[in-house]
Design a protein around this ligand. Structure first.
Ligand code: HEC
Ligand code: HEC
Length: 352
């Protein structure tokens, strides 16, 4: 904006008459519990079983990688790396997302979330936590390695689990049968749904406790809304769960990530290329200068184009401290417990 004359500027603004914030992007508090599918109600015993499986490298064909290798409580249920290291020591292409509040994926304000439709991955390519489990188990780079064919990864994982008496007993107690290709993902999903943080200062503020945010944090909340962030980072999860292109170098359209628990989940963006929260704000400040030029008359041949909702973006460096103070109210302490050991006797959370 700062390079265009006031007249042009007014014209550009008129052309970009701001759409009002859609109702599902109104800021809202998180419910206390993530919704669960009718065929997979959580019980304490099921969650405890899912927790053991999550930390146990027995699920990987290589017996070295657990879910917790890449989603570890010490790093906000991600791995603290830009991208994870795969089974053959090559790098994966995407940053491991935090699993905190993952049971709320897809939740927007005023709309009931069906957990069978909950979107998973940066490109929303899989629906539901139960279905998601199969992806890392089968992927060579994540948990299969060179040990078996893709089609054998799940049946072999189930067989390894059933070879351990403690697991067989627990599966029988929870599901009235041994581990199967259906109930093993259900136990893991029930555990993942238990990783929630609905008691942040932000949630208490939205529920009516006006003292939950101090003056600086409340100013930051206003900056967050006025700077246009809520057009994508709105609703109870601070995400619309829709795909957008916001100008990162590899030009792919990916869904808006949640901004909950950011304090614990650095580095940021799908490729982990941004190291700190301050650096994400510097990125958006530069973007808000560039966006009107690019959207109105810049090089329009580049694909995909910048997301039109970025027209709402208006962020200044002066606002960074207040905005950071607000973003911090979306994080709170969370479940950091790690089992002392796992039934396989292998190294808890993997050997890498
Ligand atoms: C080698 C590292 C690695 C391992 C092991 C791993 N994950 Fe992930 N996980 C990732 C990465 C990277 C992504 C994002 C991939 C993408 O979006 O394409 C991801 C995405 C997810 C998501 C989607 C989160 C969201 O918000 O969309 C869930 C849920 C998940 N993993 C659970 C698990 C479970 C359960 C296991 C064990 C069965 C597991 N992961 C094992 C790295 C890993
Ligand atoms: C047009 C939609 C849109 C708008 C507007 C928008 N964002 Fe984003 N935001 C995204 C998308 C999409 C990503 C993920 C991009 C990627 O990884 O390639 C993202 C990523 C982020 C991240 C990194 C989160 C993480 O865990 O990696 C932060 C922090 C962030 N945005 C804050 C903001 C702030 C603050 C504003 C307002 C100044 C804002 N965003 C405006 C869509 C948007």
């Amino acid at each position: 904006m700062k390079f265009i004359s006031p007249l042009l500027c007014a014209a550009a603004l008129a052309a970009a008459a701001p759409e009002p914030l859609p109702p599902e992007m109104q800021l809202a508090a998180l419910p206390a519990r993530a919704p669960e599918p009718a065929d997979n109600p959580a019980t304490p015993a099921k969650i405890a079983l899912g927790r053991l499986l999550f930390f146990d490298p027995i699920l990987s064909a290589t017996k070295t990688v657990a879910c917790a290798t890449c989603h570890h409580p010490e790093h906000g249920w991600t791995d603290g790396r830009a991208v994870p290291v795969g089974t053959d020591l090559t790098l994966l292409t995407r940053n491991a997302p935090s699993l905190l509040n993952v049971g709320f994926n897809g939740l927007v304000a005023g709309v009931k979330l069906d957990p069978r439709d909950a979107p998973m991955f940066f490109d929303n390519r899989v629906q539901s936590l139960e279905a998601q489990v199969l992806v890392p188990l089968r992927m060579r780079e994540e948990m299969r390695g060179e040990v078996c064919a893709e089609a054998d990864a799940l049946p072999q994982a189930v067989a390894r689990v059933n070879a351990i008496a403690t697991y067989r007993e627990q599966f029988r107690a929870v599901f009235a049968e041994d581990a199967t290709a259906q109930n093993l993902p259900r136990a893991l999903a029930a555990f993942e749904r238990s990783l929630v943080t609905p008691e942040t200062a932000f949630d208490r503020f939205i529920r009516g406790d006006t003292s939950a945010l101090n003056a600086e944090q409340q100013r930051g909340l206003k900056v967050f809304q006025d700077a246009g962030c809520t057009h994508c980072h709105g609703g109870p999860m601070l995400s619309d769960y829709k795909p957008h292109f916001i100008g990162l170098a590899d030009r792919i359209v990916l869904r808006t990530p949640t901004l909950r628990q950011l304090r614990h989940t650095a580095p940021y963006m799908h490729d982990g290329s941004v190291r700190t929260i301050r650096d994400t704000l510097i990125f958006y400040e530069a973007l808000s200068d560039a966006v009107s030029e690019t959207l109105d008359g810049g090089d329009t041949t580049l694909q995909p184009p910048l997301d039109p909702l970025l027209r709402h973006l208006d962020l200044r460096a002066d606002d960074f401290p207040a905005l950071e103070a607000f973003l911090d109210t979306l994080s709170t302490d969370y479940d950091r417990s790690v089992p002392a050991n796992v039934p396989s006797g292998l190294q808890v959370a993997g050997a890498r």
